[in-house]
Design a protein around this ligand. Structure first.
Ligand SMILES: C[S@@+](CC[C@H](N)C(=O)[O-])C[C@H]1O[C@@H](n2cnc3c(N)ncnc32)[C@H](O)[C@@H]1O
Length: 378
């Protein structure tokens, strides 16, 4: 992949870019083999590769420069770097960013200046559905000061950009804190962006998680579905289910009675909508804390699927798993280090059977890993 910003030393996000892609993958697989070495019984399957460019279907652009000459990209040591032409994104993103710069000028949206703590527009977040090419656009603002101007000029943007399905404003008044704030203001009649992976409808919403590499996510869910076919039982939990990718793939065969647990209510609403669209009746999605749900439960599922954030399951949830003793455990992780730590905790009661790397994040050191474990006493 050719990247002028990387070659010029202005963007270091893809810190492995100088390594040829097959070597990157071999290196990640080797690192995973080292981490999984304590679990000698496990089979390490071949890594699933990604496209080398155009795979990242979500962009997070820091807005800097001025309202007359906005820059969309990153701040590298305080210097604005324009990443409008970043080759990680689908081809439609570069013209979309150019249109958005015109929108910023037209609506006179002053970029937020980190040093001076002045200005309004902090970030632009753009997600594309690979099924339809339609997009979801979010503006992260410091306050409501320029909300009216965005609303006034939005019809112009919609006219130029027929693929624009969902548009919202997120308010983040806090300086240099987490990227997004809790308040989201929807500006379009549509609030869901429909995606379809392996024939399963999934709905992206402004404040719910969705994997950034859609093609590799599809391979990940399809693999989980395939592994589950050989697992006996009926009761299935999908903890940290997001909009339902894992659970819905497994449940579509009709055998599993699915309980999906996720902290974000909007994601649960999306997952519920997908389930009803698929005509699945033995499905329940609930907006709850996964650890609290597991701790309060007395009856274990036959198969427990978990896909936690980077921090992993942690001691409390591992303890609940050991107490509940589900026969099978499928653990998908975007952080092999916390995965290895959790597997070590679970190792007394669970045998690691399979491990597979899904290269969700090419040109970086990050990796998604799917594992299958079975209760030792079975
Ligand atoms: C790595 S994402 C996985 C989402 C989903 N499984 C998927 O494939 O897209 C982790 C998810 O855990 C959710 N989450 C974070 N903390 C949580 C908690 N304490 N209880 C339940 N869900 C939580 C996040 O909102 C996010 O949707």
């Amino acid at each position: 992949m050719n990247c002028v910003e990387f070659l010029a030393g202005r963007c270091h996000s893809c810190n492995q870019l100088s390594v040829p892609y097959p070597e990157q993958l071999a290196k990640k697989q080797q690192q995973l083999a080292t981490l999984m070495a304590p679990f000698a019984e496990a089979q390490l399957l071949p890594a699933v590769a990604s496209r080398e460019d155009g795979f990242r279907t979500k962009a997070k652009m820091v807005v800097s420069g001025s309202k007359e000459q906005p820059v969309l990209g990153i701040l590298n040591d305080g210097v604005a770097v324009d990443l409008s032409a970043c080759p990680l994104y689908p081809a439609a993103f570069a013209p979309a960013f150019s249109l958005l710069k015109g929108f910023i000028q037209r609506a006179a949206l002053t970029p937020y200046q980190v040093e001076q703590k002045q200005g309004e527009l902090k970030l632009i977040l753009l997600s594309q559905s690979q099924a339809s090419g339609r997009v979801m656009l979010r503006f992260v603002l410091r306050s409501k000061n320029c909300l009216a101007s965005i609303q006034k000029h939005l019809p112009w943007l919609q006219q130029q950009w027929p693929e624009l399905a969902v548009c919202s404003v997120n308010l983040q008044p806090v300086h240099m804190a987490v990227l997004e704030g809790p308040e989201e203001i929807l500006l379009t009649s549509e609030e869901l962006l429909r995606e379809e992976l392996n024939g399963i409808p999934l709905y992206l919403t402004p404040q719910s998680f969705f994997q950034t590499n859609t093609a590799v996510a599809a391979a990940l869910y399809a693999t989980a579905e395939q592994w589950a076919e050989a697992i006996p039982g009926q009761r299935l939990w999908d903890l940290f289910c997001g909009v339902g990718g894992f659970g819905l793939h497994l449940a579509r065969a009709g055998r599993w009675q699915l309980t999906g647990i996720e902290i974000a209510p909007k994601a649960i609403a999306s997952a519920t909508r997908s389930a009803s669209e698929l005509g699945l009746s033995r499905v329940s999605f609930q907006a709850l804390d996964a650890a609290a749900f597991a701790k309060a439960s007395v009856q274990a599922p036959d198969l427990l699927v978990v896909n936690p954030p980077r921090r992993g399951l942690g001691a409390a949830l591992c303890q609940s798993v050991m107490t509940l003793q589900p026969a099978w455990l499928m653990y998908s992780s975007c952080n092999p280090d916390t995965l290895a730590r959790d597997l070590a905790w679970l190792n007394a009661d669970y045998r690691l059977l399979k491990v597979q790397l899904f290269d969700m994040f090419p040109h970086t050191e990050h990796a998604e890993v799917l594992t299958l474990l079975q209760k030792r006493s079975l």
